[in-house]
Design a protein around this ligand. Structure first.
Ligand code: MTE
Ligand code: MO
Length: 328
């Protein structure tokens, strides 16, 4: 056996994933590939999980089946949105994911094999003049697709920078014509225990995954419904066929594989906020001065380059969103 260099974003004691609390540390570490079945601590040895980036072939990790909308990619890049760092390598971003429906580890791409990406419908419902269920490809064809380079910051203190393809959520809101009493937009992920072992194994969690935004957040220009990444449609592990991207909030707000978008008068009960309200707030804007109860948020690790950077308020998107939060 050879010794693999421990990467700084390997989860240290004080920066564990939310799941650790509920599964117990041993089960969590085993899922993450740190423990052998016999229970011997293998941290620092070549256990596989963090060797992914060198060892896996791109065609095994990034699978993008053709659809009725494939010819729309790549979309034209919107140059307004720039980065302060290089883009994350596609293979790195596609092999280090959070998608608890499929796995509580990061090798989500190994567990998505049963997911059926088509047909896929998105129900737009609730307090709107124009409720309607859309075939996802028909919806994408109606919408102005563009590419945007955004940073994504996970509450676990790691970050990536990726080119999303998608359309502003405000375009969908306009089309739905919300009633004046609509105050929140609630989004729901699929419920398919047949595909997603997490929905069977962690049956006590409040599946399906739900997230929500205020109307003002949902119609902010940054709020994107993404259907593509790296110039093609989303692979399943990134939340195909359609997922939210709100880059000034912690990653768990950016809900994947959406089947329902509902306009509501009241704040919805959201997944992580229901599981652990003291750890995962409803608002959850990136903020270095608000520590997570179990770890600091002062810095972030950039996946793939080992670089550590100071966390920036609103993940650096203050010029777009600070007006929404007058009290800071
Ligand atoms: N349905 C669903 N959406 C989800 C998650 C999840 O577990 N289930 N994880 C969230 C978290 S914690 C993060 S950091 C981002 C990760 O997005 P990525 O894997 O495309 O980088 O997805 C978010 N969306
Ligand atoms: Mo996250």
């Amino acid at each position: 056996m050879y010794i693999k260099k421990k990467r700084p974003w390997e989860i240290p004691e004080n920066k564990a994933a939310p799941e650790e609390v509920y599964l117990g540390r041993r089960k969590f570490l085993r899922d993450m590939g740190y423990l052998s079945l016999g229970g011997v601590m293998l941290s620092g040895l070549g256990t596989g999980v963090f060797g992914l980036f060198e060892e896996n072939k791109k065609e095994d990790v990034i699978k993008v089946p053709a659809t009725k909308a494939s010819n729309l990619y790549p979309a034209k890049r919107n140059r307004i949105y720039t980065l302060d760092r290089p883009l994350t390598d596609e293979l790195v971003a596609g092999s280090y994911n959070n998608f608890y429906e499929f796995s509580s580890g990061k090798s989500v791409w190994k567990h998505i094999g049963k997911m059926q990406l088509r047909p896929w419908t998105v129900e737009v419902t609730g307090l709107v003049e124009k409720p309607r269920t859309y075939d996802v490809d028909d919806l994408v064809r109606k919408m102005p697709l563009e590419e945007r380079l955004y940073r994504l910051r996970c509450v676990e203190a790691w970050a990536i920078a990726v080119p999303w393809t998608g359309f502003p959520m405000r375009e969908l809101v306009k089309m739905a014509r919300p009633l004046s009493n609509a105050k929140f937009v609630t989004m729901t992920t699929f419920m398919k225990p047949d595909w997603a072992s997490g929905q069977r194994l962690r049956f006590w969690q409040p599946w399906p995954y739900v997230e929500g935004l205020t109307m003002e957040e949902a119609t902010n220009e940054l709020t994107l419904l993404a259907t593509g990444i790296y110039g093609h449609e989303l692979p399943a592990q990134h939340g195909a066929p359609i997922r939210l991207v709100v880059p000034w909030k912690y990653g768990f707000k950016s809900i994947k594989s959406i089947v329902k978008i509902e306009f509501t008068a009241n704040r919805p009960a959201t997944f992580w906020n229901t599981v652990a309200p003291e750890e995962y707030g409803f608002v959850s804007n990136v903020n270095p001065d608000v520590p997570h109860p179990r770890w600091s948020q002062k810095t972030e690790k950039i996946i793939g380059t080992d670089e550590e950077r100071p966390t920036v308020l609103y993940n650096g998107y203050g010029e777009f969103v600070s007006g929404i939060y007058p009290k800071g």
